[in-house]
Write a protein that binds this ligand. Structure first.
Ligand SMILES: [Mn+2]
Length: 365
């Protein structure tokens, strides 16, 4: 028997590289919803009926946009009508406040909409249960702000499972060290998660699919969403008792072609959003490069080079700090003094969100 896992959908009215489809829906939101439907179709094809979403169905914290909610709800209705049961936990993006509460959870509204069907289940407390057909033992721990709380919840579930712990697949929303290259470690390692002895620990939050030791798995996001996702594996999982099959996203990816040769670039452009960073170029050369990307199928382009003329006028070499803006912000957050109750990893996440938001405006200009 097979079940499906999708995480970090981040349903949103995206601005960068987006347009409005004829039905009024943001095309990038539609791409995500189509991937959800594809996962449901693959699940049914494999004879399965459970879909698990370990967090971040929505993107914007603390408010729901009707142009996002309505098509998302309609997609979920279609999936439930296929005979699928969805189990979901709120991720940090689904929550208005820092902790998981029903009141502050955007996905609670989906649970209420589909309460009669009973087939969209939101889990707001740590929980261990068998699926109705006794095929699986699932456990869930919704978003926790501290690792201590998360690990303590997992410990309690493991002892409740007793000897059967090695048959339990547990779902959390927490970034695991070494999943995102360049993201500093923050103390939640695969070793710590593996030691409970669960069959699998599957985590949403960090947007990169990775299988680690001891059944610990970062699910990854369902689609690429921004330049932060360059190089990450996005898609969904089809899971059986002994196998985890990664299904690569069919939605456009954010790819960086800087330093690649022409043949590689041709292969990377098709159907994707394409970024190039390099040394100074004239505006004519930039336009030529853009046309080259588009000719080979790029759906959007971002060419980030210093303008050739401006720097000649200055007569000085451009300042090269050797650090990206993201690295510099991360380094700053590492150094800056924070109040004791403030979670440094959360500050980094939010700073990255702000940078990303600013970029989406800048890229469009
Ligand atoms: Mn997320």
């Amino acid at each position: 028997m097979t079940y499906a896992v999708l995480s970090d959908l981040h349903c949103h009215n995206w601005s960068m590289f987006s347009r409005v489809n004829s039905d009024g829906v943001n095309n990038r939101l539609r791409n995500t919803l189509n991937e959800m439907l594809r996962a449901a179709a693959e699940l049914v094809k494999a004879g399965g009926k459970y879909m698990v979403i370990p967090g971040d169905i929505f993107h914007v914290r603390g408010s729901i946009d009707p142009e996002v909610l309505n098509p998302t709800q309609e997609t979920i209705r279609q999936i439930l009508d296929m005979g699928i049961t969805i189990y979901a936990i709120p991720g940090n993006h689904d929550l208005k406040g820092k902790e998981t509460t029903e009141l502050g959870s955007a996905i609670q509204t989906l649970a209420q909409t589909f309460s009669e069907k009973g087939s969209f289940q939101v889990i707001n407390e740590p929980k261990l249960f068998n699926t109705p057909d006794d095929e699986y033992t699932f456990a869930f721990v919704p978003w926790r702000t501290s690792h201590e709380a998360l690990l303590s919840d997992l410990g309690q579930i493991a002892s409740a499972a007793g000897n059967g712990v090695d048959q339990v697949d547990v779902f959390i929303h927490a970034g695991i060290d070494d999943v995102l290259p360049g993201m500093p470690e923050h103390g939640l390692s695969d070793t710590k998660l593996a030691k409970f002895g669960f069959r699998r620990v599957m985590a949403g939050d960090y947007h990169n699919h990775k299988i680690m030791q001891g059944g610990v798995i970062s699910v990854g996001a369902t689609t690429h969403q921004s330049w932060r996702d360059v190089g990450s594996k996005a898609g969904f999982l089809l899971v059986t008792s002994d196998k985890v099959r990664f299904m690569d996203t069919h939605a456009p990816k954010f790819v960086d072609v800087s330093g690649r040769d022409e043949d590689e670039i041709k292969l990377l452009c098709d159907g994707n959003y394409v970024r190039f960073r390099g040394s100074q170029m004239t505006s004519e050369d930039v336009q030529e490069l853009r046309t080259f990307f588009e000719t080979h199928g790029a759906l959007g382009t971002s060419i980030q080079v210093p303008p050739a003329q401006a720097s000649q006028r200055q007569g000085t070499a451009p300042v090269q700090s050797g650090q990206t803006l993201d690295q510099s912000v991360t380094a700053y957050v590492d150094k800056v003094e924070l109040a004791p109750h403030v979670d440094r990893a959360e500050v980094k996440r939010q700073a990255a969100d702000v940078l990303n938001k600013a970029r989406s405006v800048y890229e469009e200009a």
